[in-house]
Design a protein around this ligand. Structure first.
Ligand SMILES: *[C@@H]1O[C@H](CO)[C@@H](O)[C@H](O)[C@H]1NC(C)=O
Ligand SMILES: *[C@@H]1O[C@H](CO)[C@@H](O)[C@H](O)[C@H]1NC(C)=O
Ligand SMILES: *[C@@H]1O[C@H](CO)[C@@H](O)[C@H](O)[C@H]1NC(C)=O
Ligand SMILES: *[C@@H]1O[C@H](CO)[C@@H](O)[C@H](O)[C@H]1NC(C)=O
Ligand SMILES: *[C@@H]1O[C@H](CO)[C@@H](O)[C@H](O)[C@H]1NC(C)=O
Length: 575
């Protein structure tokens, strides 16, 4: 050991000793659905993430505004991932303080491209000492998934200035749920009859194109305008996109683009199994991106991390790592269409976690990741969820907002039915308890809140970020295991909206203009003309089938600003 190192160790242990331990995060009780089992073996290794404080993140927020508001002179001038990294990288003394604090052998390494999130491993025994806590093995009953967690953890007071939070110590995050299969409309009609069936009976791509005026295919020839579809969730049985089913779907419902397929990015040992053993989420997402965004290259980014928070971060990091632009060729950025649709039907992760204010740190860290994607011009598009105003809770006294859809840097998509245009009763929406209303939507959310008066006062945060932002058709037919079946949920609405945007971006590229990037500042201003308001229907609330939010003229927390309108969008963009 060098003298210098020995010296710094002495200094360090003195500073650690002199600083007291403080409770950093805790949960009050084990969330429902989890069951405590035994104590894990002291020698078992746990992999942790530590999110470091990002000193320049508020500057990045200003940059995102400047590239995303149509009125800004820098509109569409997106950053490179390397430029974004400069804003999110931690201070050098944070990195060294954390590295010095961790026990030898923890081997911290960068988890995110900018090094603001570090990954390290400790044994249970080491971690219990370092964090002054006790770990237990917990089982998530629905899936049988086991995880090692604790109810709280402490940090030395002099580390708190460097550390946002440590994951996954108190993170009880069940995997996302599969969408409910709607069997009410299940039919076995003959193929020729299906193609001729009215849209009232079988909603399929041609109907979506008809409802929203969406054209068949791309015209720019750009291959950098892409759609990424995030798939997760090994532990609840997996979400796979079956290529044979996609081909059957296209042959039947999009013969003009038959043979189109999708690329794969497999993270953390993921495999896109082709045996129809998984849920239907991947099937919906791929069939309604490849099948609507005709000829836009589509990549299925499948992640088998067994932890919901890590899955979101993995996807963010994957996107940030994609671009490696040659120096100085900046117009390449303008061709990054990049929409990312993710499948958040009943994100149970949110349901249980939103009751704990301590999860704010984890939400904010993930949302800061979406801010980075906004800066590079990626549109993140999420299903708003399928639990109405209260995430299907009955008899609750407060509505339940969803995350990530409430992150101000994503676009969340609610569900509607096309004829007459009516909001889907389970379309999730409301107001965030954590993220305050962003300037791009405050006029719209205030107008809505003024219209309802104090009817739900105390049940939601009137100064929170409102969601969803937009909506589209919630019920469609897909091909699964060779057969045609109907399926419903905002998981269907989200890929449809993403495909609409991908084709809009294609027209922008053809006109030599930048792609839309982070959509909301545009959608709530000059982009409103590209959406058709939906002012019928209401969502479910705490009392079950009624008592949620009404879908009204203008923005509302059920159908947002409305559904895609291709012709209106072309006019709004001067195309
Ligand atoms: C360690 O945790 C225990 C129980 O959570 C707490 O009572 C104790 O004060 C903590 N130790 C320190 C040094 O803060
Ligand atoms: C980050 O903040 C520091 C200190 O305020 C400043 O010196 C640096 O230029 C900032 N970096 C960026 C990319 O704005
Ligand atoms: C889309 O393709 C189909 C089949 O080739 C064709 O009948 C239809 O007119 C096309 N629609 C548009 C909007 O171009
Ligand atoms: C949503 O998830 C919860 C908890 O995992 C479950 O009880 C509920 O049935 C789910 N709702 C739907 C509509 O799938
Ligand atoms: C929703 O609309 C119904 C019927 O018009 C009305 O009775 C109810 O008060 C409205 N609720 C809210 C929250 O606006």
């Amino acid at each position: 050991m060098s003298l210098l190192h020995a010296l710094s160790l002495v200094l360090l242990s003195r500073s650690v000793l002199s600083s007291t331990l403080v409770l950093h995060e805790s949960v009050s009780h084990v969330p429902s659905g989890f069951q405590a089992l035994d104590s894990p073996s002291p020698s078992q290794e746990i992999e942790f993430l530590v999110a470091l404080v990002q000193p320049n993140i508020t500057d990045l927020a200003k940059v995102v505004d400047s590239v995303s508001f149509p009125s800004s002179p820098s509109y569409g001038k997106y950053l490179t991932p390397a430029e974004v990294a400069e804003y999110v990288k931690p201070a050098a003394d944070s990195v060294s303080a954390v590295s010095d604090w961790l026990p030898t052998g923890a081997s911290p390494s960068a988890f995110s491209p900018a090094g603001d999130i570090l990954k390290f491993s400790l044994t249970v025994e080491q971690a219990e000492g370092l964090f002054n806590t006790t770990f237990k093995t917990y089982k998530y009953s629905a899936s049988g998934q086991e995880m090692i967690r604790a109810m709280n953890y402490y940090l030395p007071s002099n580390m708190q200035q460097h550390i946002l939070y440590v994951h996954p110590i108190i993170s009880f995050a069940p995997p996302p749920q599969r969408p409910a299969k709607n069997t009410a409309y299940r039919r076995r009609t003959m193929p020729d009859r299906r193609q001729l069936a009215p849209c009232e009976d079988i909603v399929r791509p041609v109907c979506i194109q008809e409802f929203y005026g969406i054209p068949n295919t791309t015209i720019s020839g750009s291959t950098t305008n892409t759609i990424g579809v995030a798939g997760y969730n090994e532990d609840s049985g997996g979400e796979y996109a079956n290529n044979a089913d996609l081909q059957t779907f296209l042959n039947e419902f999009r013969p003009d683009i038959a043979g189109n397929t999708f690329g794969l990015a497999l993270l953390n040992g993921a495999e896109n199994l082709q045996d129809n053993s998984g849920g239907l989420e991947g099937q919906i997402d791929i069939q309604y991106t490849v099948g609507i965004a005709g000829n836009v290259p589509t990549t299925y980014v499948l992640d088998f991390s067994n932890d919901a928070v890590m899955s979101y971060m993995d996807t963010i990091n994957w996107i940030l790592a994609q671009e490696n632009p040659p120096d100085g060729i900046h117009n390449e950025l303008w061709e990054r269409g990049g929409s990312d649709t993710t499948n958040l039907c009943n994100v149970s992760f949110l349901q249980s976690l939103l009751h704990f204010s301590t999860f704010l740190r984890c939400f904010r860290s993930i949302c800061n990741g979406y801010m980075q994607l906004a800066a590079i011009g990626v549109s993140m598009i999420f299903a708003s969820g399928d639990g109405g105003a209260a995430d299907n809770e009955q008899g609750c006294t407060e509505f339940v907002p969803m995350f990530p859809p409430t992150c101000p840097y994503v676009t969340s998509v609610g569900g509607t039915f096309f004829q007459p245009p009516t909001a889907f009763v389970s379309s999730a929406g409301g107001f965030s308890n954590y993220f305050s209303v962003p300037s791009y939507q405050s006029a719209d959310t205030s107008a809505y809140l003024a219209s309802i008066g104090d009817v739900y006062s105390g049940m939601y945060n009137p100064s929170g970020r409102g969601f969803p932002d937009v909506a589209s058709e919630w019920e469609v037919f897909i091909v699964n295991d060779g057969g045609v079946t109907s399926i419903g949920g905002t998981s269907c609405a989200s890929p449809i909206f993403a495909s609409f945007i991908a084709l809009v971006n294609d027209r922008l590229i053809a006109a030599g203009k930048p792609v839309l990037g982070f959509l909301n500042p545009f959608l709530y201003s000059t982009g409103k003309g590209g959406l058709d308001d939906v002012a019928n229907g209401q969502s479910s609330g705490c009392s079950g089938s009624t008592g949620g939010w009404n879908s009204t003229t203008g923005w509302d927390p059920v159908s947002g600003l409305g559904t895609p309108d291709w012709a209106g969008m072309m006019t709004a963009l001067g195309l």
